[in-house]
Design a protein around this ligand. Structure first.
Ligand SMILES: Cc1cc2nc3c(=O)[nH]c(=O)nc-3n(C[C@H](O)[C@H](O)[C@H](O)COP(=O)(O)OP(=O)(O)OC[C@H]3O[C@@H](n4cnc5c(N)ncnc54)[C@H](O)[C@@H]3O)c2cc1C
Length: 265
């Protein structure tokens, strides 16, 4: 049985800065981490591996810069067997359509997967589109926002957080599952004592050429999204504490403020 995890490296910040010229995120100089919900996906993959009675190989695929290799090795240390890095300048400027196309084709070039895990969304791009788009591209069923998965009598019982409650669905492989951030404890880097394996393991390099990608479908050329404008959200005003005067003075002060803001006439 073969499982694939889609893993993206992201800047470890909730205060990402935007380049005013290009309207893209500025990633330089910011600490990088594995996107948190992708680690949940890895944990679910490891859980499935423990439950099924057959050999399971977990592979990890990322489309990113060469520096992502370090994080692929972390995934191997946490229990994945194989790691694939899809990289090249041709991917610069890719939106989610182009990214999903590249990831889907890369997955096809690696092999047939029974389950593909992805995170529900990333901390930087934050669109939550890639997992579902990959499922569509590969013609696979999909189950999103999962919080638990168990192998029961040849199929998978999956819990999904649907906002108002938790839905339990049964699904047969092959399928794509997107893991909800925070749904499960991330796997430990040290539990399996695999640091030597992780250090020495060959990382498989993939390129647009080796995967056979259509260059018109990746990078800026293949991206349908045009970011017209981007700005930081306006800071909402913090509350005002009026407690210095007498009760009457404070009430009058409050009335003045409300009248000033045209909230009271
Ligand atoms: C016009 C435009 C230009 C852009 N240019 C660049 C650029 O030059 N460089 C750049 O880094 N980004 C760029 N981006 C951002 C890039 O498109 C997104 O990061 C990418 O499409 C994934 O979208 P997301 O982060 O919202 O993923 P989501 O859809 O929120 O991710 C869901 C899940 O999909 C999987 N996933 C997502 N991306 C990857 C990946 N790359 N590899 C493996 N798994 C993945 C992960 O499991 C993730 O948790 C650009 C975006 C736009 C709109």
């Amino acid at each position: 049985m073969k499982i694939l995890l889609l893993m993206k490296t992201v800047p470890d910040t909730t205060n990402a800065k935007i380049d005013p010229e290009t309207n893209n995120l500025i990633r330089d100089g910011v600490k990088t981490i594995i996107n948190p919900s992708d680690l949940c996906g890895l944990k679910f993959a490891l859980n499935v591996k423990e439950q099924v009675d057959e050999d399971v190989e977990i592979s990890v695929l990322t489309m990113g810069p060469p520096s992502a290799e370090k994080f692929l090795r972390e995934c191997i240390q946490m229990g994945a067997e194989e790691a694939y890095l899809l990289e090249g300048l041709e991917f610069k400027g890719s939106d989610t359509i182009a990214t999903s196309y590249a990831l889907s084709e890369a997955a096809k070039s690696i092999g047939d997967f029974d389950i593909i895990f992805a995170g529900d969304q990333t901390m930087d791009g934050d669109t939550g589109q890639v997992g579902s788009q990959v499922a569509e591209n590969l013609g696979m069923n999909q189950v999103t926002y999962i919080t638990d998965i168990n192998y029961v009598d040849g199929e998978y019982e999956v819990k999904r957080n649907i906002g108002e409650g938790v839905e339990t669905v049964k699904i047969k492989a092959p399928f794509v599952a997107t893991a909800l951030k925070g749904s499960v404890n991330k796997p430990s880097k040290f539990a399996l004592k695999r640091s030597k394996i992780a250090k020495e393991k060959e990382i498989h390099d993939l390129t647009a050429e080796s995967v056979g990608l259509d260059l018109d479908k990746i990078g800026q050329k293949g991206s349908l999204t045009i970011v017209k404008d981007l700005s930081a959200p306006e800071k909402s005003e913090t509350g005002i504490i009026i407690d210095e005067g007498s009760a009457e003075e404070n009430v009058n002060k409050m009335i003045d403020i409300l009248v000033g803001k045209k909230l009271l006439v």
